[in-house]
Design a protein around this ligand. Structure first.
Ligand code: NDP
Length: 497
């Protein structure tokens, strides 16, 4: 390590990417740094590996993926410890993250054949003598670009979907968590030693850019909205399709008939878990007037018990501390009141739990992704005002509603890809539900059936099964035959419903 090394800040030395613990500066490990040529070479190798992997068939791939799943379970403690070492994440948070990752891997492995396997389609009037077939073909090689905040579950979502669909994957982990990324690739290679079906390429942002331009069939990106736009622009050069899983500013609504203590517990966990470095973390609460005071008191009581350095780990990325500090200062300058934490909350590399009230809607603490253990609570007159304020954001990733009578209706009206009712972040733990956002939170889906289809191209095939009685799509049809077709059309589709 160099003398100028900052804890948590990755460096490249002698073509090695070195990552360190953000709290202690302890080295987490080193991996070979790639250049553009190495990325292209990895993608070329992956093309061959993809053909071999496809040759294993649905059942062969399922078995291998389930074996990898079991290996992750077997070595869960080792992986959680490595994640703590590299990102500072508390081990218990790491264990829960791996649990969610295993769920997605298991679901994708077990359901790929059913969701993507070939099927016969019903004949339609115009082509009654043909039968239709629909199948979902893999892209070949999928590039996966991942963030550091959940270095296991975020990449495993697209990786498991892409692999189960029959693709090979080239994975660019975040420069902050390359060692965890390499661990995933190495353990997969223990289960699939024959071919490099899953590879990692390491480096800084330019290596992600190189992956977009390397000849991959699709890119799945998870990270900030700003980088997502760069990824999309790079992919646009060759019309490479993309999935963008980007940032968020998720809101939690507390309605008049909510269980206030349960809502407070969920708001604290949803906003402070992983030190607030969660894309679907709760950053804003809108609580209706009758329950507002009790809710604020319960949040302060519960968040006040969290210990910095224990439940609240360090901020993984050093420059994020400046953003969190700016948001706190802006909230205070604009008239917000800190009922917990506040002005001195940022003590690098930690941020103490901070809860604000009365923060104006135009402050950065309300409008921009903070990505720290801070929460704003705003009093609203009713659930309509709560929804309108929650939706007044360029982001739209997840969200949460606490209440009884109107909760599910309110959940539908939130402009976001996912909502938990009387819970928070829960949708990320269900392998059969799609995950993704709207607006500046991105588009496309990982997880569930939609997440599998994201990594395959639908292919339509028609096969003639008989001679045409009423030929339509040929110059050899007669005017009488066309009239007969129109007659049949009137009979079948002409009646008004
Ligand atoms: P970044 O956008 O900084 O980085 C994400 C990945 O993109 C990293 O691997 C990064 O590499 C790479 N990258 C950087 N520049 C480029 C480029 N020009 N072209 C291609 N790839 C590039 O995000 P963070 O890692 O800081 O992650 C935090 C963000 O991720 C938050 O906004 C969070 O909300 C979001 N997120 C979204 C999730 C979702 O599912 N919607 C889930 C988890 C996080 P490098 O690290 O080397 O710079």
């Amino acid at each position: 390590m160099t003398a100028t090394h900052v804890p948590g800040l990755p460096v490249i030395e002698d073509n090695q990417l070195i990552s360190t613990n953000p709290a202690t500066g302890e080295e987490a490990g080193r991996v070979p740094a790639a250049d553009e040529q190495a990325v292209r070479a990895a993608v070329e190798r992956a093309k061959e590996a993809a053909a071999w992997w496809q040759g294993l068939g649905w059942d062969g791939r399922r078995t291998r993926l389930l074996r990898w799943r079991s290996l992750l379970v077997e070595r869960i403690d080792e992986l959680a410890e490595l994640t703590r070492l590299e990102s500072g994440k508390p081990v218990n948070d790491g264990l829960i993250e791996i649990t969610a990752a295993v769920e997605h891997l298991d679901w994708a492995a077990r359901h790929a054949k059913k969701v993507l396997g070939p099927r016969r389609m019903r004949t339609r009037l115009l082509l009654a003598e043909h039968v239709g077939h629909l199948e979902y073909q893999p892209f070949g090689v999928v590039g996966v670009i991942g963030p550091w905040n959940y270095p296991i579950v975020t990449p495993i979502g697209p990786i498991s979907g892409a692999l189960a669909a029959g693709n090979a994957v080239v994975f660019k982990p975040s420069e902050y968590t390359p060692v965890v990324g390499q661990w995933l690739v190495d353990t997969f290679a223990e289960i699939v030693p024959e071919q490099p079906v899953l590879q990692a390429v390491h480096g800084l942002g330019d290596i992600g850019g190189a992956l977009c331009r390397s000849g991959v069939g699709k890119v799945s990106f998870t990270g900030s909205t700003a980088t997502g736009k760069k990824v999309m622009a790079a992919c646009a050069e060759n019309l490479v399709p993309v999935v963008i899983e980007a940032g968020g500013k998720d809101a939690l609504i507390v309605d008049f008939d909510a269980d206030v203590r349960a809502a407070a517990e969920a708001a604290v966990w949803g906003s402070m878990t992983n030190a607030g470095q969660t894309c679907i973390g709760i950053e804003r609460v809108y609580a209706v007037a009758p329950v507002y005071d009790a809710f604020v008191a319960a949040v302060v009581e519960k968040a006040g018990k969290l210990r910095t350095g224990e439940e609240i780990g360090p901020i993984t990325m050093p420059r994020q501390l400046d953003i969190i500090r700016d948001h706190i200062e802006d909230a205070l300058a604009k008239g917000g009141r800190a009922v917990l934490g506040g002005a001195d909350a940022v003590q690098a590399p930690y941020v103490a739990p901070t809860v604000f009230v009365d923060v104006p809607e135009d402050s950065s603490e309300i409008r921009e992704e903070t990505f720290g253990p801070t929460l704003t609570i705003t009093r609203v007159s009713d659930v309509d005002e709560a929804i309108s304020k929650a939706n007044d954001s360029p982001y739209g990733l997840g969200g949460s509603v606490f209440g009884k009578k109107n909760a599910v209706r309110a959940a539908r009206r939130l402009r976001s890809g996912m909502v938990a009712v009387n819970g928070t972040l829960t949708f990320v733990g269900m392998g059969n539900l799609p995950f993704g956002g709207v607006g500046e939170s991105g588009f496309g889906r990982i997880h569930g059936e939609d997440g599998l289809r994201e990594f395959a191209r639908p292919k339509a095939i028609t096969v003639r099964r008989a001679k045409s009685l009423l030929p339509a799509m040929t110059f050899e049809r007669t005017p009488a035959q066309v009239r007969q077709i129109v007659k049949a059309l009137r009979l079948l589709y002409g009646r008004k419903p």
